[in-house]
Design a protein around this ligand. Sequence first.
Ligand SMILES: NC(=O)c1ccc[n+]([C@@H]2O[C@H](COP(=O)([O-])OP(=O)(O)OC[C@H]3O[C@@H](n4cnc5c(N)ncnc54)[C@H](OP(=O)(O)O)[C@@H]3O)[C@@H](O)[C@H]2O)c1
Length: 310
Amino acid sequence: MNIFLAGASGLVGSAFARAAARRGHRVVGTVGTFAGAIEGLTTKLSVDLGNEGATTAAVLDEFPQAIVNCAAISVPEQCDAHPAVAQALNVALPATLARLAHHVGARLVHLSSEQVFNGAQRAPYGAGDPVAPINLYGRQKIESEHAVHAAAPEFAVTIRAPLLMGNSAAGRRSLHERLLADWAAGRTPGLYTDEFRQPCTAENLAEVMVEMCERNDVHGVFHWAGTELISRYDLGRRLRDHFKLGEKQAPLLAVSRADHPDAVRKRQACLALEISPLAGKLKTRPQSIDAQLEELIVPPPVREWYLSLA
Ligand SMILES: NC(=O)c1ccc[n+]([C@@H]2O[C@H](COP(=O)([O-])OP(=O)(O)OC[C@H]3O[C@@H](n4cnc5c(N)ncnc54)[C@H](OP(=O)(O)O)[C@@H]3O)[C@@H](O)[C@H]2O)c1
């Protein structure tokens, strides 16, 4: 299958390129600023995805059977800092890709986020539960879902993803990569003991997305995540143990939401996701935290520091 991948250099995009190549697909993937190689791509294109004309030309040139959208301004603080840029990437781009999918008759796999919910509920959120975003990123993700399914209802599937673990192309994007960078620089990162997430790896999510490309009998909005809910602080401790680091080499500060009333207004306390409707339709299985940890490697930017500890 010919797949057009928007955002091939991102945490999920690079995992998708590898997963799709393993299944024998031909993937044309876009990058913005990333200059390195991306395993699994047949062709790497530099495209400004904030430019509708450039995006349209790139997709029509390829005339793909599936379009996969992994491009975004995916850090909520960056959306607040650059709202117009974030609107272009998080809302206008998926709308354009959906119109193109409808035009060329391609499957569209779009990514949204757990952050469409406010996190006040302890029970897992179902995909049909009322959304209630508490930050701009969450509001843009909802807008993108509406735009995508209005423009290409018969072609599109949206997966709302949780906090993602994994190995990124530049080795600086995901949680373990940021924690290791902090420790290598002698910093003590703070993690909330009372914020709970249900993480999965970008690799596991990518396998789901490849399956979604390969079948066209699943449409609408679904959730995907791992099998366990965990606090950010406990996840940090599990990561430290996984990399066999001690408390001195890898200190963590336990932070409580009550200590940061301003910051937590835009942060959800608990985001548990109901994944059974999608899990029941797929060969890919959701993973335990232990299985996710097994996939993580020491990224190149901190490898020298890490080896020096031995
Ligand atoms: N990471 C998470 O924990 C998480 C959780 C839930 C949902 N999600 C969603 O999952 C999707 C993938 O997230 P991610 O973490 O993989 O994102 P990411 O690592 O931040 O990657 C973003 C991608 O978008 C590209 N991009 C951004 N602006 C661009 C522009 N103007 N022109 C061309 N490319 C541009 C980047 O290209 P360059 O780097 O080459 O510039 C990169 O390939 C997003 O929709 C995100 O909202 C992520």
